[in-house]
Design a protein around this ligand. Structure first.
Ligand code: UDP
Length: 237
């Protein structure tokens, strides 16, 4: 692990100061949490896999001119990233009904949405990340109208690109969560945090095998083995 100064420790990652101004080091832990950390387990190898998958998916965003915080992978568990001021929102894009939308709105799991649905959640563990709307976000100053428009546009573009990428390997992108930040160097908007099977729902189009954190949430098998299979399907290893 780096000897740089620890700045923040989250549920699945640690952020350290970076080697240069306006950079940070993002370290992927093996810790798995669910239900706002009520469920917790250390799953050996998860951090390394998520580092690889997030690197791979962020590079796909870069190749498609979608600004993001990723600079380069620097070790098995660490990546160099642009320092950002994180916007306190979780942006969820849904193609198929699963998880909280089913419980909250009584939607049948597996319903395919005609157009992707975007939802915003306020990042606040004490409040259990409540769902919020545009008015809350603008009124409380978490973002403004113009930036929120960009966030939605980028989220839908990420969805189009990743959905297609996964479809090519017969995997369905059910939903995923993005976080956004503003780079400390120039205040520009970027996709931040991680994009990994911890923050997406993915399942095989044919046999419905899962490759995401629901395996851990609902004790559906060996999560690390499933993530490894995803690495292979994506051609990363
Ligand atoms: N998600 C996430 N972090 C969160 C909440 C959700 O990465 O704190 C992801 C989750 O893995 C899924 C999508 O966002 O891919 C939608 O999650 P949902 O709202 O259905 O909540 P959940 O069922 O995970 O509680």
């Amino acid at each position: 692990m780096t000897t740089q100064k620890k700045i923040y420790e989250g549920k699945a990652k640690i952020i350290f100061s970076g080697p240069r101004e306006n950079t940070l080091i993002q370290y992927f832990k093996d810790d798995a949490t669910a239900f706002n950390a009520k469920k917790f387990k250390v799953l050996a190898g998860k951090g390394e896999i998520n580092n690889l998958i997030s690197e791979y998916l962020m590079q796909i965003l870069s190749n498609n001119k979608i600004p993001n915080h990723f600079i380069k992978k620097i070790s098995n568990r660490e990546q160099l990233i642009h320092q950002c001021k994180i916007i306190p929102l979780e942006v969820v894009v849904r193609n198929i009904a699963a998880g909280s939308i089913c419980k909250r709105l009584g939607i049948k799991e597996g319903k395919i949405f005609k157009d992707p649905i975007i939802e915003f959640y306020y990042k606040n563990d004490e409040l259990n990340d409540p769902i919020v709307n545009n008015s809350h976000i603008i009124s409380f100053g978490w973002s403004d109208k113009e930036e929120l428009f960009k966030i939605k546009k980028i989220s839908l573009k990420v969805n189009r690109i990743l959905k297609k990428k996964f479809e090519k390997i017969s995997i369905s992108l059910i939903d995923f969560k993005l976080e956004f930040g503003r780079k400390t160097s120039d205040d520009s908007l970027v996709v931040a945090d991680e994009i990994s099977p911890d923050s997406c729902r993915l399942c095989d189009v044919n046999n419905k095998e899962k490759f995401d954190k629901d395996i851990f949430r609902y004790d559906k098998g060996n999560l690390v083995e499933a993530y490894k299979k995803l690495l292979i399907r994506l051609g990363i290893i």
